[in-house]
Design a protein. Sequence first.
Lengths: 248, 223, 652
Amino acid sequence: MKLTLRVWRQKNAAADGAMSTYEVDGISRDMSFLEMLDTLNEELIVKGEDPVAFDHDCREGICGACSLVINGDAHGPERTTTCQLHMRSFEDGDTIDIEPWRASAFPVVKDLVVDRSAFDRIIQSGGYISAPTGSAPEAHAAPVPKPDADSAFEHAECIGCGACVAACPNGSAMLFTSAKVNHLNVLPQGAPERETRVLDMVAQMDEEGFGGCTLTGECATACPKGIPLPSISAMNKEWLRATRKVGR
Amino acid sequence: MTRTLWDSTIGKKTVMAVSGLIMLLYLFAHMFANLKIFFGPEEINRYAHWLRTLGEPFLHYEWTLWLVRVVLVAAVVAHATSAYQLSRRDIRARPTSYVHKRRGATFATRTMRWGGVILGLFIVWHILDLTTGTVHPGGYEHLRPYQNVIDTFSTWYGNVIYLVAVTALGFHVRHGLWSAAQTLGVGTATRDRVLKPLATGLALVLTAGFVSVPVAVMTGLVS
Amino acid sequence: MNHSSAYADYTTGEPLADAKAPDGPIADRWDTRRFQAKLVNPANRRKHTVIVVGTGLAGGSAGATLAEQGYHVVQFCYQDSPRRAHSIAAQGGINAAKNYRNDGDSVHRLFYDTVKGGDFRARESNVHRLAQISVEIIDQCVAQGVPFAREYGGLLDTRSFGGVQVSRTFYARGQTGQQLLLGAYQALSRQIAAGNVEMHPRTEMLDLVVVDGRARGIVARDLITGRIDTYFADAVVLASGGYGNVFYLSTNAMNSNATAVWRAHRRGAYFANPCFTQIHPTCIPRTGDHQSKLTLMSESLRNDGRIWVPRAKGDDRPPNKIPEDERDYYLERIYPSFGNLVPRDIASRAAKNVCDEGRGVGPGGQGVYLDFADAIRRMGRKAVEEKYGNLFEMYERITAENPYEVPMRIYPAVHYTMGGLWVDYDLQTTVPGLFAVGEANFSDHGANRLGASALMQGLADGYFVLPSTINDYLARHPHQDEVSAEHPAVQEVVAETEDRLNLLLSVDGDRTPDSFHRELGEVMWEFCGMARTETGLRKALERIPQIREEFWRRIKVPGAGEEFNQSLEKANRVVDYLELAELMCLDALHRAESCGGHFREESQTPDGEAARVDEEFSYAAAWEFTTTGGAPVLHKEDLVFEYVHPTQRSYA
């Protein structure tokens, strides 16, 4: 396959960026999208040009590092992570636009690499259960009804890639935040911090400069792990409940 | 608690949801009252008078109406202020747009924002037209809504403004009602299957009810 | 720098003994050690700084726990967030001797299974401790909100895993590693918010600072600005994972690397059993030279799938056009009693053999069929879908082939490294003050790791072992002198690091870092992979220095050092792979026996199985670094088996 790539190039956070055009040839349909970019980068390095910087690590769809907007879609046309997208989803001769996640809370570091530390700070603000090592009771001391355990798991599947923010026209992090709130708040272990968790996490989310939710549903459509849109509603409910109860 | 509400995006959304629901309730009442126009001038004009005597003798003449007006103005102000602040925030949160544009991605958001602005402007005109009579075409007569409405819908622009606004209202209510349910934490995967058609259905009923009046005037059904 | 010289061989030094392991009945040793270990007064703990490199299961849990205890932790990861460490990709589960099934499991049985599974090349004391702690890990993780699979009664579900006869594996669908890691990450996040952990993401350790014989800090590069900084501490903990990426293609993450452990090795930490690597039999085969990494498919598929290749060489008919009598179900043929369920190492080697014979399938002939046609006929498609649906989906996403209709193609791939930095019972390396936890150390798995044991070891080390042993070191060195960046030892390390990076940038050759990495990987896979021979290993030992020499002549790294430069990161990692690879081959060459994942063709039973030589090789090989390409010194730590007596495995 022969492809034309239009890639966002930006030297560093302070520099201005622009789209640059590259031609790549000899692309196999079996390549992953990132392997296609590897091919481009190998050529660029030999030519002495700066290769395209992009985040990637596990390349099996679980670490959440990869983060490309491909033809306007976070992670590209398939519902998966960029690393699990294969070139067979494209046609010979296609022009492909590749851009970084766009959100003011995710500033560009270089080219297609963005700073997602805002997500870490949201977790730090309350996305945990305080259970210092050694303090745990016997695991079977508190049975968890299977539907609750399954619901917790479904939300815990979030890989923190940020596609929800990238896809949201408001750059909102509601889906990410709700995934963690719902994971922990449904469990009996999470009950003691149930109210403070949601209040603190939402406050931190706002503080980071993410937009609000207008329920366009773009986030849930882009989510490679299928975190459902009603998670947001569930978090709103938790938040209102906590506001009533704690009264702050 | 008030501070948490107002400082938080979810809190502001809650304000929007609650004020929106108040306005929606009012709109349904308003729409049903409008339909009285099909039963002749007597009926609707009497209704206009009743509105002002409602609550008597406990409340003074027009006090109930003013009470409703105050609540409505508060709702409009709260709704619009939240919407403005949230929209500003949303736009700031996504300062750079994608070079590669997708179609339809922001349809709901756009219709909400522009629809809101249209509705805001419409309300001003609507009040100046049919409540104060300031910009009313022809002679405005206090407490004679039947005649006033016919005056308005006998002008081309009266019809255009009204139809555009009511269409915007339909879209606004369709997404807004469902959205309010999500904000208030009512939405779940199962309920969404009911909530979405319900919101669409109510929006349609509301739009149809409002649209029927100018259409009736235009077609001569009401004259 | 002389990069071209080949190993002259090696010399044998003093034997090594684990001075920290207590005596007495094995079940009491951990208690004994914990009691003997000196403690640090809680009020004094915050005066101690501990550096932790890596945020996977071992590093994340260690950092969180040390901070909870009151130490000041400074932690590093190369990823943009501590949540992305490669532990996240572990699928299957985590073992624990809970005996919730009442099926005869016990701490002793888990201990026994692990020692035997490791083919009698692990320390009994360490493994027993691991089995004891396994129980506490589950409690800890449940308390953190890890959403393990549960039954309808609300209690934890377990499943069976390869090589054992009890059901002791706890799991969270196919994402157990992810869930456990997020638990540790969240505990760590809580400590970061509390100010007890100073977290440095996107910061890569490039060298170890050793002052007066003790580990006192690290040199690290900020991957965004390219700035090189030194960080000082009273102790350094390496939790930087395994070195499987020496092979280029592996199931490791793209950026998993050996730099932290290798640089520590160069500064005096012995490297133990580097040749013990695990090759997993069921991975999705490579599709061409563009392949950048390999993806594992759960081993459970072998329960119902049948493995075969065509009888004839070069038979390139589509699989469903090959009639039954022209297929070779080779595992069923060679191992009639275990069939397709032979252990990982045996299944891997058998696949390699048939492919070497030219009977491999798929692009490049590097694959064998894993066929579900019989299973679908027997159980019905629906039942197969229920059992393996998500795996079939994942396979189809990657290969675009529908495994319900055409057989899957699988091939073995490098998956885990049992070898690592030599540590004593306290998890301390031979450099005082330098500790290694998780896959970075060599401690618990011997020559082969059992399924679902990696997660157990990482968390045991991080949550429970290290936080109970590091205090002994810190208590014995309560008042260490301040180290400043001006200290000559520090300046030397920094200068060496900067020189190395500058050299990489200045060669300005014509080959990319990846091209060298790939070339090295091919040599390692060919000669130090699933089956090893003296001739092959000698060939590799000849080739590696040549590649290294060519590397330093022809490497091309664009850009500058003081910026975000992924090529520079990569090139610097390849430098270390090129040295570590040589030690792996040498270790494999010197260990003229087969054991676990290390199969020497010269050492096999008459029916082709691995033959251990206990009289000669019942030891852990701890290597001491001398110079690049120079002969390392071998220190042997004899392994004594008092509770589990070595036997030969048989699966025919």
